[in-house]
Write a protein that binds this ligand. Structure first.
Ligand code: 6R9
Length: 666
């Protein structure tokens, strides 16, 4: 498959990276993680996970069986046990006498704050569960959550978990069309949303997107949604559909604050989360309860060295992404942590907002993404230097490969040159962290996620599925089932098998390129398929291409991810326009106009994050004889490189045409 060749972002750069930072004796002495965990888990992998499940999760009925892999690749973990995720995240901490502990320090973008203890959270979640039940939601019904970062977002997720109704959180930055297709695929009964949220200093509406997503559309079946529960946040005017729409504050206030959790089997679905794949249609990744909760709690405790009584933890991810699910909601709350939840952007009202929050709440563990770190680097280190960051003791990174420069900056400027930095590799599909250093145990290397966690089996293999020797490169695979693994793609078992289990016999194919260094440590090199990673967000080239060609003026489109210093990759689109529009784009004004039209069209179809950074109008696209677009060549153009081997093109002059056209366009 020549058009899907692995790209090797800054591989040269990584090959020369030799720095390492062993843990300090003081950190190691107090660390949750111990070197013996690797040996214990190696000697008895299932025993290790069973111990984690018993130690970190409360079961209503204890499990007797750890793993049932007889239905591979669909695993069952702890299958005869019963539990409830919300009970684990909330009630049991209150029962253990920690009701007064702060669960959430909420900070709204305009500066409003709210402190929520575990006892408060128990009442809120119980009320919301009763309110959802009153709207007819019962065990197994799907609830779509389309909210900004609010306390209610966490409460809504836990309320669903409490009644056994799988939630499907849709990122608030997604468009009405994206929301519509996710609601339809999940056949949701209720949508929880808000009038709006605060973003960059202004209220930004959400409810209109829900109204549009639920409006009847020719050729599509009527929506399955019966009710929309609306949180009031910005007090913007909203359209109201009587009988369907219900205010959260009314329904929840009227509900009883006591609710008996619905005990579910360990394999009961906890949530569906849609993520981009290599084809246009987003995949509904399915996660279940017992194994997921176990691995979230275990990794959160060991990778971040969490001490629930004394740490203040902050993960900056939005709940619309898997990181928000596992490391804002389920991991930290199951562990009884105190955390910061921030609604807005890092530069509102000023570029020191994050560091101000670290100082204000004495944040001790910070988990964020390389793109955010690189943005802060660009803004300059005098900004964080203006705040007291000495409370920080562990720093985490997730979402994309972190380049050594950003890693070093993170450790030095944010971490005062002392904090361990943990680069955590995982995916929506893996549910929880899989590859990461353990603070206090691992000598960390800038830019490497390094080692599979205890109980996890990862490898790098070549095209024939052979494990590569140290120093070699290839594809990242997972060779043993793990507790938080996805249990399938919602409604499409075959696609689950085809996507992850057909590339290499018996191995889970992650879609990432990787190499092993001389110590056997793993370095991630980015996606090997047509999935882009823009600011840590997964976007599919096909999805954006189909959005572009859905516009009247576009005849054909090809999208590539071009390397970008800040966002990791940036979306670059090549389009062939229809008839007179091609001429219109021939003038500078016309070209600007066409670009703007197409950019806003993509924003409408998918969401603003998918907007192409650049749109290049071309007369032809490079295709193989079988008609496949050779994105590799377009990536060369987008990254201003000499165009590589074009001999497999059906018409080898196409690339000359494109390059010449772009030169005259400039
Ligand atoms: C958690 C999350 C998954 C993809 C994954 C990989 C990239 C995530 C990474 C990383 C290198 C890391 N990725 N963490 N690459 N180093 N520490 O991001 O899930 O949105 O599903 O994305 O992100 O390419 O395959 P998700």
């Amino acid at each position: 498959m020549p058009e899907n060749e692995p790209t090797a972002p800054s591989l040269e750069n990584l090959l020369h990276e030799t720095r390492a930072f062993p843990p300090s004796a003081a950190f190691a002495a107090q660390a949750n993680a111990q070197p013996s965990m690797y040996e214990d888990a190696k000697a008895d992998r299932l025993g290790f996970w069973a111990d984690q499940a018993r130690e970190l999760v409360s079961w209503e009925r204890p499990f007797t069986q750890t793993l049932d892999w007889s239905g591979a690749p669909v695993a069952k973990w702890f299958a005869d046990g019963t539990l409830n995720a919300a009970y684990n995240a909330v009630d049991r901490h209150v029962e253990a006498g920690h009701g007064d502990r702060v669960a959430i320090h909420f900070e709204g973008e305009p500066g409003d704050t709210r402190t929520v203890t575990y006892a408060d959270l128990q009442r809120e979640v119980s009320r919301a569960a009763n309110a959802l039940a009153a709207l007819g939601v019962t065990k197994g019904d799907r609830v779509v959550i389309y909210l900004p970062m609010l306390v209610e977002s966490v409460v809504a997720m836990l309320a669903c978990a409490r009644i056994g109704a799988p939630h499907s959180v849709v990122f608030g930055g997604f468009s009405a069309d994206a929301l519509r297709s996710r609601i339809a695929d999940a056949e949701a009964k209720v949508v929880v949303t808000a009038d709006g949220g605060y973003r960059r200093g202004a209220p930004s509406a959400l409810k209109p997107a829900v109204d549009a997503a639920l409006a009847p559309k020719d050729g599509e079946p009527a929506t399955t949604v019966e009710h929309v529960l609306v949180v009031r946040r910005t007090e913007q005017d909203v359209e109201w559909t009587e009988g369907r729409d219900v205010w959260w504050h009314e329904a929840v206030a009227a509900a009883d604050d006591v609710h008996e959790p619905v005990w579910v089997d360990a394999e009961h679905p906890l949530f569906i989360l849609y993520t981009s794949g290599t084809t246009g249609k987003p995949k509904g990744i399915l996660h279940t309860t017992g194994g997921y909760l176990t691995q979230c709690a275990s990794t959160h405790k060991n990778v971040f060295d969490l001490k629930a009584e004394s740490d203040v933890y902050w993960c900056t991810a939005d709940i619309g992404w898997v990181t928000g699910h596992s490391y804002v909601v389920y991991g930290p709350l199951t562990n009884g942590a105190t955390q910061v939840l921030y609604e807005g952007t890092p530069d509102t009202p000023h570029r020191g907002r994050w560091w101000e929050l670290v100082e204000k709440y004495q944040v001790s563990i910070l988990y964020t993404a390389p793109t955010a770190i690189r943005t802060c680097m660009k803004w300059g280190e005098d900004i964080p230097a203006g705040f007291d960051l000495s409370s920080l003791r562990v720093l985490g990174s997730v979402g994309e490969p972190i380049n050594p420069e950003a890693w070093m900056w993170y450790r030095r400027v944010v971490g005062g040159d002392t904090t361990p930095v943990v680069d955590t590799w995982w995916q929506t599909e893996t549910g929880a962290i899989m590859i990461s250093p353990l603070p206090g145990v691992t000598a960390t290397k800038p830019g490497s996620a390094q080692v599979a966690l205890p109980g996890i089996a990862a490898d790098v293999v070549d095209d024939e599925a052979h494990s590569v020797p140290d120093g070699g490169g290839g594809y990242l695979v997972l060779s043993e089932p793990w507790p938080a693994m996805l249990r399938g793609i919602w409604g499409d078992l075959q696609r689950f098998k085809d996507t992850y289990w057909s590339r290499f016999e018996g191995l889970y194919f992650a879609g990432d390129g990787a190499k092993k260094d001389e110590d056997g440590d793993i370095w991630l090199l980015g996606r090997v398929d047509d999935v882009m990673n823009v600011s840590g967000h997964r976007l599919s080239t096909t999805e954006i291409e189909s959005a572009l060609v859905s516009h009247d003026i576009v005849a054909e489109a090809a999208v590539v991810g071009a390397a970008d210093e800040t966002t990791g990759q940036a979306v670059v689109a090549f389009v062939i326009l229809r008839g007179e529009h091609a001429e219109r784009a021939g003038t500078p004004d016309g070209a600007a106009q066409v670009q703007e039209e197409l950019r806003s069209h993509v924003a409408k179809e998918i969401g603003p994050i998918a907007k192409p950074r650049r749109i290049l109008v071309v007369a032809e696209l490079p295709k193989t004889r079988s008609g496949k677009i050779m994105r590799r060549l377009l990536r060369d153009v987008a990254e201003n490189r000499a165009v590589g081997d074009a001999t497999t093109l059906a018409d080898s002059s196409v690339m000359d045409l494109i390059s010449a056209g772009l030169a005259t366009n400039k």
